[in-house]
Design a protein around this ligand. Structure first.
Ligand code: GLP
Length: 242
C-alpha cells in the first residue's frame, strides 16, 4: 500500500482526478471501476474540468460501477446509475454502451455471476476507484464480509443506511448488489480517496490492522498496487508526516 498524504482536501481530490486523467491519456482503452459517495463528487467535477481543459478523449474507455442499490428503479434520482450519469457520463459525453451497471433487474441469483462474466469479457478492471465507509466498508462490502467474496446481493448495515440516508430521496433501500472483495482485489490497481474527519477512525483502523473482516478495507492492503490518498482530516489520527 502506498499512502499519499495531501496538504489539503483540494490537493487530494486533484491528485486522484489527475491520476485518472493520466491513465486515460496513456491507455485510451482503459477499464475503470467507478465508485459513488460524497467523497467522489468533487473528484468527478475535477476529472471533467481537466478532461475538457486538456481535451482528453474518453470514447474508448469502459467503466464498471462498483455497486448499486436494490429496490429502487435505475432512473431513481438516488440510484448510483443516476449519480454517475449526472457527475461523469453526461458531462464527458460517455455513451451508455461504455458502462456496465450491477444487473439489479436480472434474477438476483445470477446477478453476481453475470456481472463477473461481463468484467471478465472486458479483460478485467485496470483501475478501481474507491472510497471507504465510516465503518470500513468498501463498495457495499459491510463489516463481516469475507476476503473471498464475489459480486453478490448484500444487506446494508444499519450504520450505512443511517449515513447514506442523508440526501437520499425516498426510503433508503435495505439491500444492494456489490462487487465482492475478491472481485475488487482482482483489479490491476486500486485508487482510494479518503477525506474528512468522519473517516479518521476508519483510516486509523485500516492502517493498524490486517485482513480484519470487521473493517473490510483492511483486506485491500495485500494488493500490490493500492494507492491510498488522504487529506489532512482523514489522516488526523495517524502518525505520518508529509
Ligand atoms: C457508499 C458507497 C461506497 C462509498 C461509501 C462512502 O455507500 N457504496 O462506495 O465509498 O459509501 O461514501 P461517502 O463518500 O459519501 O462517505
Amino acid at each position: 500500500m502506498r499512502i499519499i498524504l495531501s496538504e489539503s482536501k483540494e490537493e487530494a481530490i486533484n491528485t486522484v482526478a489527475s491520476t485518472l486523467i493520466e491513465k486515460v491519456a496513456e491507455h485510451p482503452k482503459i477499464v475503470i471501476g467507478l465508485a459513488t459517495g460524497k467523497t467522489m463528487e468533487p473528484v468527478y467535477k475535477r476529472w471533467v474540468e481537466i478532461a475538457k481543459d486538456k481535451n482528453i478523449d474518453h470514447s474508448q474507455c469502459f467503466f464498471f460501477m462498483l455497486d448499486e442499490y436494490l429496490g429502487i428503479s435505475a432512473d431513481h434520482p438516488s440510484s448510483f446509475k443516476s449519480y454517475i450519469k449526472r457527475h461523469l457520463l453526461i458531462p464527458l459525453n460517455i455513451e451508455e454502451d461504455q458502462i456496465e451497471f450491477p444487473p439489479v433487474d436480472r434474477p438476483l441469483k445470477e446477478a453476481g455471476t453475470f456481472y463477473e462474466s461481463r468484467i471478465k469479457d472486458k479483460g478485467g478492471i485496470d483501475l478501481q476507484l474507491l472510497g471507504i465507509g465510516q465503518n470500513g466498508h468498501i463498495g457495499f462490502n459491510e463489516p463481516g464480509s469475507l476476503k473471498n467474496s464475489r459480486t453478490r446481493v448484500v444487506d446494508l448495515s444499519d450504520d450505512t443506511r443511517v449515513v447514506n440516508s442523508a440526501g437520499f430521496i425516498g426510503e433508503m433501500p435495505v439491500r444492494a448488489v456489490s462487487m465482492g472483495i475478491e472481485t475488487i482485489l482482482e483489479a490491476k490497481s486500486l485508487l482510494m480517496l479518503v477525506t474528512g474527519k468522519s473517516k479518521a477512525d476508519a483510516v486509523k483502523f485500516l492502517l493498524n490492522h490486517h485482513d480484519d473482516s470487521s473493517c473490510p478495507a483492511t483486506f485491500l492492503k495485500t494488493h500490490s498496487h493500492f494507492n491510498l490518498v488522504l487529506d489532512p482530516e482523514a489522516a488526523s489520527k495517524i502518525n505520518l508526516k508529509i
